[in-house]
Design a protein around this ligand. Structure first.
Ligand SMILES: [Zn+2]
Length: 299
């Protein structure tokens, strides 16, 4: 199955900015953070990107060609390589200015860096988005750019790399929006809403079950107390109001307090029913403990 990270990258790889300044910002972001140089053989070099994603690689090459007229599919001579690196350095310097001053270029830059060194976890499993930067300076610059969109990031050192990361669903959504990954954003939002709804429903079900159990347990205890009195003293030992209450409860073991009150003649409110049932239970408890009971206290 294709990972969420790969999906996001495919979507981002499909975005090609209309303006040259944005393309420059994106490719320099990609190259500065994730570019690779390799020597194929003597006087023969290759430029590329360290990625497992073919679409990302293709985008990198397309941007290099469109922006700098460099055909990176071909190998470069040492002279060509130096020229290329000089060009990239100049572009980086220029981009820094654009990136700092234009929102469009800033978005493109962050997108480029994410394509090169970013990843995002499957939102079903948890929220985590990160950029693995080579050094502290790269991490600091990236964080300051992301911060201009009011998104806070954190950083940690991992195996000599500086990992800039986000852990909150809402800020990840914000960052996807900054990078213009609208499809992924919708998917993540839907999941988030679904998850929240599921939690709410579960909470409510748990709460209702707990209430039902409480009612059932209380009623079972009342019936038990009444039967104990019946067995040891007889219900007739109860004052009239309690006798009637006990009979109604025995006949309606499943009824709520409110329903019991309505059955009584004359009807009694919920708190009245509760009061009488409590008196009956106290009476039963005293019988169990063989304590003397004064019946006039019961009423
Ligand atoms: Zn721009």
């Amino acid at each position: 199955m294709i990972s969420f990270s790969a999906k996001v990258k495919s979507e981002l790889a499909g975005i090609l900015g209309n303006h040259k300044h944005c393309r420059k910002a994106e490719i320099t972001g990609m190259f500065q953070y994730g570019g690779q140089l390799g020597r194929v053989e003597r006087d023969c070099y290759a430029v590329g990107f360290h990625t497992e994603n073919a679409e990302v690689l293709k985008k990198g090459f397309t941007l290099l060609r469109k922006t700098f007229n460099i055909d990176t599919d071909k190998n470069l001579s040492e002279q060509q390589l130096f020229a290329f690196l000089e060009q990239m350095d100049a572009a980086w310097a220029e981009s820094l200015e654009h990136v700092a001053n234009r929102s469009c270029c800033k978005r493109a830059f962050i997108r480029g860096v994410f394509l090169a060194v970013g990843s995002i976890s499957d939102p079903e499993k948890g929220y985590h988005l990160e950029f693995v930067c080579e050094d502290e300076e790269q991490a600091r610059f990236l964080r300051s750019m992301i911060a201009t969109f009011d998104i806070e990031t954190r950083v940690l050192e991992r195996k000599e790399h500086y990992v800039v990361y986000l852990k909150e669903g809402t800020s990840i959504v914000d960052l996807l929006n900054v990078m213009e990954a609208h499809v992924a954003l919708m998917e993540l939002e839907n999941l988030r809403i679904l998850k929240e709804m599921r939690n709410t429903v579960n909470r409510r079900v748990n709460c209702e079950t707990a209430n039902i159990n409480k009612t059932v347990n209380a009623a079972a205890k009342q019936v038990e107390d009444i039967l104990y009195i019946e067995e040891h003293k007889g219900l007739v030992s109860l004052p009239d109001t309690l006798y009637e209450m006990a009979r109604v409860r025995l006949d309606n073991p499943d009824a709520t307090l409110k329903e019991l009150g309505e059955i009584l003649v004359p009807p009694v409110g919920k708190s009245g029913v509760n009061h009488r049932l409590r008196k009956i239970s106290e009476y039963a408890d005293k019988l169990r403990d063989r304590e003397p009971v004064r019946l006039d206290e019961l009423d």
